[in-house]
Design a binder for this molecule. Sequence first.
Ligand SMILES: Nc1ncnc2c1ncn2[C@@H]1O[C@H](COP(=O)(O)OP(=O)(O)OP(=O)(O)O)[C@@H](O)[C@H]1O
Length: 748
Amino acid sequence: MSIGNHPDYKEELQYLKGTINYIDQFINSIKKKQQESKEDMKEAYEVLDFLDSSQSYITILVNARYLDKSSETINKVTKARDKPYFSRIDFKDDRDEQPTSYYIGKLSLFKDDNEPLIIDWRSPVASLYYDGRIGEVSYEAEEGTITGNLSLKRQYTIEDGELQDFFDVDITTNDELLQASLRDTRDDKLKDIVSTIQREQNKIIRADLTKPLIVQGAAGSGKTTIALHRIAYLIYTYEKSFDPNNFMIIAPNNLFLDYISDVLPELGVEDARQTTFTDFCLDLLNLQGKVTVTELNEKLSIILEEKDVGLLRWSSFFKGSFKFKGLIDNYLKDVKENMLPKEDILLEEYTLMSQDELTNAFYNEYNYLPIHKRFDQIKKKLSSRAKQKKELIIESVKEEYEKIISKARKEEGSEKAVSLMDERDEKIERIKAGAKKVSQNFSKNIKKQNAFNHYKKILKDKELLKKYSEEEIEDKKAEYMAETAKKSFKKKELESEDLAPLLYLKAQLEGFKETIESSNVIIDEAQDFNLFEFYVLKHVLKTDNFTLLGDISQGVHGYRGISNWEEVNKTIFSNEATSLTLKQSYRTTVEIMELSNNVLKKGVGNESILAEPVVRHGEKPIVNVVTQKDNLIDGLKKKILELQEQGYASIAIIGKTLTECKKIHELLDMKDITLLSGKEAEYQGGVVIVPSYAAKGLEFDAVTIVSLDEAFYETELDAKLLYVAMTRAIHNLSTFTMMDQLTSYFDD
Ligand SMILES: Nc1ncnc2c1ncn2[C@@H]1O[C@H](COP(=O)(O)OP(=O)(O)OP(=O)(O)O)[C@@H](O)[C@H]1O
């Protein structure tokens, strides 16, 4: 049916026109006020005396602020003008007589009589659009649970302010907007999905802010997208209590940050902090630009390309484990013991602070502070104690001498008395001088070393590693760790796994200059983190409000990280985290998802966490097997051209490792193909060649997986890498394999 024949067509058309008219009027009225404001400012400037803080000064400030704010509003509303809303719900609150129609968009707009014209997708009642089925429903609002009847869920296609189509969603019909959005081709950046958020996703976006949340989400289930929408939702909902700067998203690398950079501004969020774990640590450690860090992908390529990597895998795992934290804790125990003075602090022979009191201050009173700061506090305490006690001590010295001087005067004559008087005066002078210096002397004797030096000391010495480890470390393992550390430190290199222990040491020893405020932390690709990293983030940021999103099936860095979420919940959050799963995959077609799931089942096992595709069919993936490299390259060239002709905006050639990708790049020798290593700061779409591990998190309209010299074997790691590579494809997947690299993954 053409929408023109729909009984509601006129009403809908009118609503849209009315909304756009209102928006235009709204913008015009702001512009008018801005003009008045500018004139007021101009007048105020004319009479402004720069030395006084007169009314004109205040007028300028107030107007400047208004101009800034109102320009922001104009920008936001102008953006919304062409597509003011995407859906409508008709809901009758049980307390009302009549249903109300709510039009849902990216921002709220109220008419002069306070009636909503558009409501924000994040407002409580909008939850019904994502969650509610037609019929009796409820939603959570500030005043409690609201119950009522949902009689209509309608979706709109509006472009350039024109109503193109609308359709009603009920139990029987498909989500047309979702299907249309999944059919689209993508360019270089992730998009917002406000109009098509699904029920299971909505639950994550709106999950309780005050509890940690762990999300296991299949490949393409929207984890990254949901993470960003959750930030937008939390900022909107807790606008009064949270500063947007308090939200931090931690993503795997800068390429990834660039890839997601459009979503938050599109959702009206400008200020949330976005960083990588490496940058976060280097900033706090004050090591930015002073060391280089071997990133996870670089280590993974060594693991894939070199043979003897058992010890490398072991040490990466060990450094990320709680056992290593235990080793550091044991070491710190000794550091504390050695730093703490073993005697009373004296002023002359008078005790200013006994050793017991010192120990008590250090281990109990100031226990909440980092070690070095505890000594600073004790120093302050000593200084004020010396000031206080100095006079008392001097008084008692005087009294003591009074007696002996008068006795000496009587028994030994005045010469002796004078010499005792001199002795007394010297002693008093020494006490005065000593009181001034006692705290400084105390500090001088405390040998403070920074965290980095301590870390180097432990890591470079295999005997120390063995001594402080809770469990026995074999000699060859300790030796391996120490020798590699020596080499790395010499070159000013750190492994990614060094960052958490270093930060932990710094937190325990020195603390940080500024208070680090982040009350809500969202970690994407969380399966690549290890327990020590989660722990240190929680410890340093002093919050439990984490949202972790990841996919164990894509855990290609599993050798250094985690293998299940239960372990994380138990160890890091004392089982207090809410665990949610996203099973449905929105990215790819049924055909691609089925083949990818088979890879996981073959290489990882039947217990693998598999993705369920939404029903969207596409071309069957094509497996090309060739015997000559030349043929492979020729075939690949043709494929790229064919895909470009088909109109795909983003195309990826994925090889197993960077070395393989470099070779493919060289042999292809085609213009406008970019080789990505994962270290780049920007991703610009088009045709790229990228190693499997660096493609993680990204997506492309078409993916071609190439095995030239390197096959994907039936091991857990290779299966996961192949799975990651395959699930990057949105519409089209093909493979090119040399006959001798062929493995059984694609056998029917
Ligand atoms: N509700 C939705 N409506 C429309 N598109 C969606 C929806 N959910 C996810 N998508 C799309 O699916 C694709 C995958 O999303 P995203 O990259 O966030 O998934 P992911 O779980 O992080 O994937 P992966 O773990 O494989 O990297 C994106 O193109 C996203 O726009």
